[in-house]
Design a protein around this ligand. Structure first.
Ligand SMILES: [Zn+2]
Length: 485
């Protein structure tokens, strides 16, 4: 027997359901989805290891495990003849098109889509899943650029950026996506990418885990019913992510780009939400980004299906902080005295380093760990930092393959450089010429010597391949390594 008070409370919680009617299904919250992912995921641990063949095997397995959940309604052909499946899931009146990995080296969302399919299949008796599949029809193109994925590169096999081919349509992948759009005329599009991990959510903010854009359909960023809906979706995704870890969502910074697909989709009448996976420094970073995509996709799609998206305030979109570029780096060595090479006398400098990830993205194109900048970097932030106050830093090119710290220390000791006076050290570095100059692009080691009064310098640590050895690092912000509850 349910008391009147409980009924009244229920009525408050579920305003859409009148007492006596079957209550509307309760949407999943972000935490439920986050917690469900480890037992739901079918995606492999390394997103960049998933290629076209692996994707096809995974889709076959999902189809066998959940017969009837989805159908492959059509297959496009990549430039090199790989078949690109178009999946249809659900039978609802609202058509939504999701495509991932049009940049071949941006796989996070492809894996999340596989996990989403397994979730929908596993929970087909869940009223929320039933509602989603009866209200929506999802048209999914996972890995639009399989030739690029094969090479872990942004471009397709013609070396064209498919996301700049929406007007000319020189790429078969772009023509396939355009043909789907023209035939289905989806009301909403999800354009799924990865951005460089070294961005902050607003000036001085946390590392961006996910950037969002209500993609404009014209130069003026005119607001239409469609862009209002994608703004609501962006806010919804921000709310979902903030439940797990606050301050890691930004707005993607871009101009209107007529030849880009997202912009063209919006202009053609399919209002498009751009989701860019970013970075989330710490253990299992790549998997946590897939997991975050899983939450963002299921949470926002179910909000469309149950109508709750209409309650989200469009104006909150403007409150999402912008992507902030050029101030976040992998490692920052602060306040060193730097004997930068060329026999110049030491000067005070900060040094920033980047350790590139497995994809190029649209920002810095470093292939291996390198110095990015030398000078006053007090405005910048490192995912890890070293306070080198009282230390002399000197560049020291390392052997290829690079030595480890103990063998490097031993070889320096053998040369009389473990304890050494400053003039001798600077002169020794000078003999190495231009290979020992700390400058943007420098990939060798940087040795860190402790100075004490007029005594000799003592070798204490080094930066080797963008990693600090021998001395403690500071993980600058708790949010840089923070994990959700
Ligand atoms: Zn991209």
């Amino acid at each position: 027997m349910i008391s009147r008070m409980v009924l009244a409370t229920l009525a408050l919680l579920v305003p859409a359901a009148a007492i006596g009617e079957i209550p509307a299904p309760m949407a999943w919250n972000a935490k439920t989805l986050w917690d469900a992912w480890p037992t739901t995921r079918v995606s492999p641990p390394d997103p960049w290891a998933l290629k076209h063949a692996g994707l096809r095997v995974a889709l076959d397995q999902l189809n066998t495990r959940h017969p009837g959940l989805f159908s492959i309604v059509e297959e496009g052909l990549s430039s090199e003849g790989r078949k690109i499946p178009l999946l249809r899931v659900g039978s609802g009146p609202t058509d939504i098109l999701l495509w991932s990995q049009m940049h071949g080296d941006e796989p996070s969302a492809t894996l999340a889509l596989m996990d989403v399919l397994n979730w929908l299949g596993t929970n087909q008796r869940d009223p929320v899943v039933q509602q989603l599949l009866s209200k929506l029809t999802l048209w999914i193109v996972p890995m639009l650029n399989p030739d690029g994925a094969e090479r872990t590169q942004r471009w397709n096999a013609q070396e064209i950026d498919i996301n700049r081919d929406a007007l000319r349509l020189s790429t078969p992948e772009g023509r396939f996506l355009k043909a789907i759009r023209d035939r289905v005329k989806p009301v909403i599009g999800y354009n799924l990418h990865n951005q460089t991990p070294n961005l902050q959510a607003g000036k001085g903010g946390s590392q961006v885990a996910m950037a969002l854009l209500s993609v404009p359909g014209d130069e003026a960023f005119s607001e239409t019913p469609g862009t209002r809906q994608t703004k609501r979706l962006a806010v919804k995704v921000q709310q979902l992510v903030n439940t797990l870890v606050a301050g890691r969502v930004s707005r993607y910074d871009t101009d209107y780009t007529a030849r880009a697909f997202g912009d063209s989709m919006t202009r053609w009448g399919t209002a498009t939400l751009l989701i860019e996976s970013g970075g989330w420094a710490g253990a299992e970073e790549a998997e946590r980004l897939v997991r975050l995509n899983f939450v963002a996709l299921l949470g926002s799609l179910s909000a469309i299906a149950d109508g709750s998206i209409e309650q989200v305030k469009v104006q909150d979109y403007a409150l999402i902080p912008m992507n902030h570029r050029d101030a976040l780096t992998t490692l920052l060595v602060r306040n060193a005295r730097l004997a930068g090479g060329r026999g110049l006398p030491p000067f005070t400098a900060d040094l920033s380093f980047i350790v590139p990830g497995p994809f190029v993205g649209d920002a810095l194109h470093y292939k291996e760990p390198a110095v990015v900048e030398v000078g006053d970097l007090s405005y910048a932030k490192g995912l890890t930092e070293v306070d080198a106050t009282g230390m002399l830093a000197v560049p020291w090119p390392t052997a290829v393959p690079p030595e480890d710290w103990s063998s490097l220390k031993a070889s320096l000791a053998a040369r009389g450089l473990a304890e050494v006076n400053e003039a001798k050290l600077v002169a020794t570095v000078h003999t190495l010429g231009e290979s020992a100059v700390a400058k943007p692009g420098y990939t060798g080691a940087v040795l860190l010597y402790r100075t004490s009064g007029t005594g000799p310098l003592t070798l204490e640590g080094a930066v080797l391949r963008g990693k600090v050895v021998g001395i403690p690092v500071i993980h600058v912000s708790t949010e840089a390594t923070g994990t959700p509850p």
